[in-house]
Design a protein around this ligand. Sequence first.
Ligand SMILES: CC(C)(COP(=O)(O)OP(=O)(O)OC[C@H]1O[C@@H](n2cnc3c(N)ncnc32)[C@H](O)[C@@H]1OP(=O)(O)O)[C@@H](O)C(=O)NCCC(=O)NCCS
Length: 184
Amino acid sequence: MPTPLSIPLPGRPGDPDAALVLREMWTAPAMHRLTEANLDRLREFEHWAHAEQTLRSQQAYTRQQLLDWVDGRAVPMVIECDGELVGSVGARIDRWDNTAEIGCWIDAAHQGRGLVLRAMRRMVEHLFDDHLVARVEARTSAHNPRTRVLNERLGMLHEGTLRNASQVGTERHDVAVWSILRPA
Ligand SMILES: CC(C)(COP(=O)(O)OP(=O)(O)OC[C@H]1O[C@@H](n2cnc3c(N)ncnc32)[C@H](O)[C@@H]1OP(=O)(O)O)[C@@H](O)C(=O)NCCC(=O)NCCS
């Protein structure tokens, strides 16, 4: 494995060592295995998880995300904890509106440890400080209680709910729109 391009995640004393790592091609096999292992819970809320998951599709996604990163239109990162890849945090950037949309998921065994909060805080800071976006948005399934708590802890505002706006497998979901603005 090459030395990853990584940003350490600040934490409190006792928190596990963790970092945001650029989603380079070498991450694809591990992220494919992690996706497969979490597929049932991902399919509850993530529409993309309903597509067939293969190593090839993971590699294609990784390559496309990296090209978008080079163009300044995405920030594709994975969460590393104690040397292991345990989740995903990504952002899409709209250069015309100067906004970003973030998304995330984490392995079941690492859920509820505050890792996603640390990762998302650092990602939001990176988007404001280094990409100079004016607004960071999250669109999440309205009946996902963990994302509601996460977005509140990130200091996001729930702006409203788009009714029946997303197809997740065979179900329609209401989509909650959350945002945080770059501090003046
Ligand atoms: C949504 C999801 C990413 C949230 O992950 P998470 O692990 O719950 O989020 P956090 O990292 O913020 O963890 C918060 C929990 O860690 C606990 N925690 C432990 N140490 C902590 C610390 N230092 N700081 C903050 N929280 C800490 C909190 O008390 C909280 O526990 P609680 O849930 O019992 O209240 C995760 O549930 C997931 O991957 N779900 C499946 C996919 C999904 O829902 N996708 C939609 C995403 S838009």
